[in-house]
Ligand binder design. Structure first.
Ligand code: SF4
Ligand code: SF4
Length: 100
C-alpha cells in the first residue's frame, strides 16, 4: 500500500527529499506525473501522491519518509493496499515515465 500523511504533520518537509520516487509535495503545490503537472492533492498539508509511492519498494527495505518524520505523521494507507508485485510494477512504470 502507499503511505499517507496525517494531521500530525507540522509541515517541516523533512520527508520530501528522502523520497526516491518524488512522491511527496508541499501543501498547495502541483505535483508532477509522467511529465504532466497535476493539481495539488492538499491545500493544507504536505501530501503523498499514491500513484508515485511504492513504499520505497525497489529502493529501500523501509519507507524512508516514515523514518524521517519527527512527529510520526506518516502511516500506511489502508485505502491503498497493494502487493509487493504491484508496488514493484509501479516502480518500473515510474522508471519508464520518469518521476517529474
Ligand atoms: S516529515 Fe512528517 S511532519 Fe515533516 S512534512 Fe513530512 S509528514 Fe509532515
Ligand atoms: S514510502 Fe517511500 S516512496 Fe512512498 S512516499 Fe515515503 S519515501 Fe516516497
Amino acid at each position: 500500500m502507499a503511505v499517507r500523511i496525517t494531521e500530525d504533520c507540522i509541515a517541516c518537509n523533512a520527508c520530501e527529499p528522502e523520497c526516491p520516487n518524488n512522491a511527496i509535495y508541499e501543501a498547495d503545490t502541483p505535483y508532477m506525473y509522467g511529465g504532466e503537472e497535476k493539481e495539488a492533492l492538499s491545500e493544507e498539508f504536505t501530501y503523498i501522491v499514491p500513484e508515485k509511492c511504492t513504499e520505497c519498494v525497489g529502493f529501500y527495505d523501509e519507507p524512508q519518509c516514515i523514518e524521517a518524520c519527527p512527529t510520526e505523521a506518516i502511516e500506511m494507507d489502508p485505502d491503498n493496499e497493494e502487493s509487493q508485485e504491484e508496488l514493484m510494477a509501479k516502480k518500473e512504470k515510474l522508471d519508464e515515465i520518469g518521476r517529474d
